[in-house]
Write a protein that binds this ligand. Sequence first.
Ligand code: SF4
Ligand code: SF4
Length: 397
Amino acid sequence: MADCLGIGPGSVWRVCIIQHRSYGKTGLKVSALGFGAMRRPFYGGDRDKPGDEELASACLHRYLELGGNLIDTARAYGDSERRVGEVLRSRREQVILSTKNASLAPLRYRPGYVFTPDLWQQHLEQSFEALGVDYIDLYHVHDLSWEQYTGHFAQPGGPLDLVQRHLDDGSIRHLCFSCHDTPENLIQLIDEGVFSGMLVQYNLLDRHNEEALAHAHERGLGVNIMGPVAGGRLASPSERLTGMLENVKSVPDIALRFVLSSPHVSCALSGMNDLQMVEENCATASREEPLTPEEHELVVKTLEDCQRLLGLYCTGCGYCLPCPQGVAIPDVLAALNLERVWGLTDSARRAYRRLSAGDKPRDASLCVECGECEGKCPQKLPIMEQLREAHSLLSVE
Ligand code: SF4
Ligand code: SF4
């Protein structure tokens, strides 16, 4: 494929056109890198910080110029659908458009909440209007769980019947779902045979969906990945991760290459909010072979070594809670693990700072060493000592 020149703030990259892959059995060819329009400048945010609409548009146009063709948004992402719609006006046929209905999460958190088919229809119409389109390529049930599917979505007269009418008239081309449920429940959703594709989490730090990805691929579903850089945690430098192979440019580079080296993945969605990120991610996704089989084996071996280390540390079970002083013990130790296991110091410090911020800090400085938590920890961790270590390593600016 032809080279083209990328020019970003202060830099010039020579990049190739992004690779394309089949999206399950739909007949669609999606670019290996998808544009996740969920961050600023797409989201919009509050009135005081409205986000930068021009930047949003420039990032999307550049992504499309470099061969990207999948844009993912959602009803729940603030102003994102409207901002994506502005760009689509001149390029609708070039784009595989992915969006999601408003989240089903209230069903979980508000007992008695009813998400009727009428409300579904209302949300769908709002998406068409905001996007300025008359069809959606990939329409996702947002954050679907097995419980919601069986108890609500697929009930007779429920949202599935409504969606079916839109599939029949072509206004929805393919029904998909995004999911944070357990791998076992994810496999049950796949096996229902109702969906053409799914959007799930998978990255260097979190491989618990690996088997489900293979299962979905085998059953002919398109597989899109959210969080290939672990929600930004893999955006921080780490010699342990970049040092795994010789030819790695950055942690996001190896993180994306790892996800794309799975033969079961159609597309990795990245929330790109500046031009440099667009250029760099597109360059990574233009590799014909993201990792050779030998490189992949080496990466997996390093990850397994790291996972073994994790087994020695906090598992996040929460049995030590509540702490009478309000220390968020598992969260503090999770931040410490980012540093000790993965070498992601900046991300670990950011995570720790979030625990120290606000009116109700929950960081390790609150610990009075009463010892109550240690007796409850099944790992028999020296929690007090680890909290001291976390505070001294991570409270540094
Ligand atoms: S030792 Fe510290 S963290 Fe543990 S329960 Fe006591 S105050 Fe909380
Ligand atoms: S009980 Fe131990 S392993 Fe579980 S969250 Fe607390 S410190 Fe971590």
